[in-house]
Design a protein around this ligand. Sequence first.
Ligand code: CP
Ligand code: NVA
Length: 307
Amino acid sequence: MNPPRHYLQFKDFTREEYQHVFDRTRWIKDKFKRYEPYHPLFDRTLVMIFEKASTRTRLSFEAGMQQLGGSAIYLNTRDSQLGRGEPVEDAAQVISRMSDVVMIRTFEQDIIERFAANSRVPVINGLTNEYHPCQILADIYTFIEHRGSIQGKTVAWIGDSNNMCNTWLQAAELLDFNVHVSTPPGYEVEPERAGLYGTGHFEQFADPMDACKGADLVTTDVWTSMGFEAENDERMKDFADWCVDAEMMAAARQHAVFMHCLPAHRGEEVTAEVIDGVQSVVWDEAENRLHAQKALMEYLVLGKVED
Ligand code: CP
Ligand code: NVA
């Protein structure tokens, strides 16, 4: 049996594979909008394991699998043996004998890597402390829908150098665009943790206004990610000047779009004026999780499907 392909971080796919997945996303989305059934994963089962909360990830994977003709099973740490110390390697052996694809949202990347190493079926990262590749897949697809190719463009990342930031940085190296990062002091990008090759596709700026200058896309995320709640009070103070506002959007290009993976905190990392304003594409971004992940599951389970 050939080892399965996994999607554990953005750089697990080549640029050509992304082109295929984006083409399939468009095709699957168009078909869905025309109410035409498409059931390539009939009789297949997705297992979703959540060790952290979720609205969009659960909904988009569960609805997506059903729309592709398969079924989805939800497990969480609280009411499965995972929460009672069953080794992740054992869980992977068992779960992957009863399913066709697994999605996991967990803490350290090491956990999902260990699961994947013991899985007979493809494993998808639904968010770890280090990465959130499914979100960036949908975000880049959304950018392409609104503005065309992202190659050569500039993304301004304002705020925490978290799982979203790391994944944008990996994507920039792979798909050849630039990221301007501005974080408060002490929260700078750690290139090794981000899994970068060091191809010079990002630049750090002390002032978020400078990072926004010339950007085609301005994006941010919560100041405190899941799993880091103990740091919340300190972060509220440290990040106070890293709120994306109208002034920052005005420093970006005239046609810049604003993105946020959601959930958002208006008045913290972004003003209501920006996230609810005309440049914001956050609802398309959220919807595209559904379409992009359907294309992703199709690719991982069936390989390259052509129209
Ligand atoms: N953006 C995102 O992953 O949302 P959820 O935490 O609701 O899944
Ligand atoms: N960085 C956030 C993203 C939530 C979708 C977190 O990890 O909590």
